[in-house]
Design a protein around this ligand. Structure first.
Ligand SMILES: *Cc1c(COP(=O)(O)O)cnc(C)c1O
Length: 417
């Protein structure tokens, strides 16, 4: 968690960013004749050698289907898959391994909750989300509203991109069944006061799903301290593989929910008269899962913990403040997203230059940023822009990366003047 307004003391002596960068083989390459400067981390992060090796080792030595084989390889694969579940449980500070469901990503986690938990929603029930949600925390709820007749309510944000707690309070009512809120916005960088959001929802009798896809790589998480009902994250946003994510849910809620998908592994017994569903967490893991995914995700968590979650956050905090200083000096640049508490995202527009053109010119300099609506079109509408340019930071980015960005932006302005 970081406040852009506050400049932290330099910690690059104690935090060896160049050594960390050297652990990520992909970052060593040249792009269009320039050293790659990768600043598209909110879209996906690169993988350290430890993650790549874990995947390779699994396929080269231990690959087998899990949970049913009596043979050695199946035992090893099962052990590693379940050890990964325990690692995720510890990473989230959840109480019980059975509360950790492996899914494809944050998107699937939210769809699972909307489909399964939402099955009891009826006409007149209400669901609240914020304006700054990623499409994946909007559309599944809209689909649930279509199916059930429930109504979607939206919490506005202010000009800085802050969640308006008073407006939220006004929307809460005995009709509220679910609140969906992003922990850290991918388009603005805003870190939301989720603990208070959750407490207020619970006081109104509603449940809460927190979208932690962006928070997971940038701050220490604690689902019990938050008292959240559901929490989702994506492995690929936190240095792990694509195609693997996590749904955390409180055990009593998951116990009460019907299965999301049917198939192998999610049953105890099947007959045409009566099928008995498996216990948690397997009830929600139908079919052969992405076994290597959790194994790679555990390697990513181990790597982050070896570097130190607090040290990563402090480094990124300092880098964001430095980036803000450099971008503030660029003529015609307007930051989109200036919340007091934010992290790792520099979203901006340049007067008279389309974000797509910014991205294209930076690419020629070997600098990778994101341009577009960042799967958050309501945020773009709120600011009256069709798109922004977004540079997003990760643990391996250095001061020289944000300096390259600032140089590239000056060059872009020259090209268009
Ligand atoms: C990336 C992202 C998602 C969706 O994650 P997938 O990996 O595409 O399922 C949801 N919310 C936020 C805030 C994100 O950044």
């Amino acid at each position: 968690m970081t406040s852009a307004a506050h400049t932290a003391p330099a910690n690059e002596q104690t935090y060896d960013v160049h050594r960390i960068k050297a652990d990520f083989p992909i970052l060593a390459q040249q792009v269009h004749g320039h050293p790659l400067v990768y600043l598209d981390n909110a879209a996906t992060t690169q993988k350290p050698r430890a993650v790549i090796s874990a995947l390779e080792h699994y396929y080269a030595a231990d690959n087998a289907n899990i949970h049913r084989g009596v043979h050695e390889l199946s035992g090893r694969a099962t052990k590693q898959y379940e050890e990964a579940r325990a690692a995720v449980r510890a990473f989230l500070n959840a109480a019980d391994d059975r509360e950790i469901i492996f899914v494809r990503g944050a998107t699937e986690g939210i769809n699972l909750v909307a489909d399964s938990f939402g099955r009891s929603f009826r006409a007149g029930d209400e669901i609240i989300v914020s304006t700054m949600e990623h499409h994946s925390n909007i559309v599944p709820w809209q689909m649930l509203c279509e199916r059930s007749g429930a109504v979607l309510k939206v919490v506005p944000i202010d000009d800085d991109g802050e969640f308006l707690m008073d407006e939220y309070e006004k929307l809460l009512s005995p009709r509220t069944r679910m609140v969906g809120i992003v922990h850290q916005s991918n388009s603005l960088g805003t870190v939301n006061p989720v603990k208070e959001t959750i407490a207020r929802a619970h006081a109104a009798g509603a449940r809460v799903l927190v979208d932690g896809a962006q928070a997971a790589p940038h701050q220490r998480l604690d689902v019990r301290a938050l008292d959240t009902d559901f929490y989702v994250l994506s492995g690929h946003k936190m240095y792990g593989p694509t195609g693997i994510g996590v749904l955390y849910g409180k055990r009593e809620l998951l116990e009460s929910m019907p299965p999301y998908q049917g198939g192998g592994d999610m049953i105890l017994s099947v007959s045409f008269e009566k099928t008995v569903y498996n216990k948690l967490p397997y009830k929600f893991e139908a079919g052969t899962p992405h076994i290597a995914g959790p194994i790679g995700l555990k390697a990513a968590i181990d790597y982050m913990q070896a570097v130190g979650l607090e040290r990563i956050a402090a480094h990124e905090h300092e880098l964001l403040a430095y980036g803000c200083e450099l971008l503030a000096e660029i003529p015609g640049l307007r930051m989109i997203g200036t919340a007091a508490v934010r992290s790792s995202v520099l979203s901006f527009v340049l007067e008279g230059i389309h974000p797509h053109d910014i991205g294209t010119i930076l690419d020629r300099e070997g600098i990778a940023i994101r341009t577009g609506h960042h799967c958050a079109q309501p945020v773009m509408a709120r600011y009256g822009v069709p798109a922004t340019a977004r540079a997003s930071l990760a643990m391996y980015n250095s001061r020289s990366d944000v300096e390259a960005l600032a140089r590239g932006l000056r060059k872009t302005i020259e090209v268009f003047s």
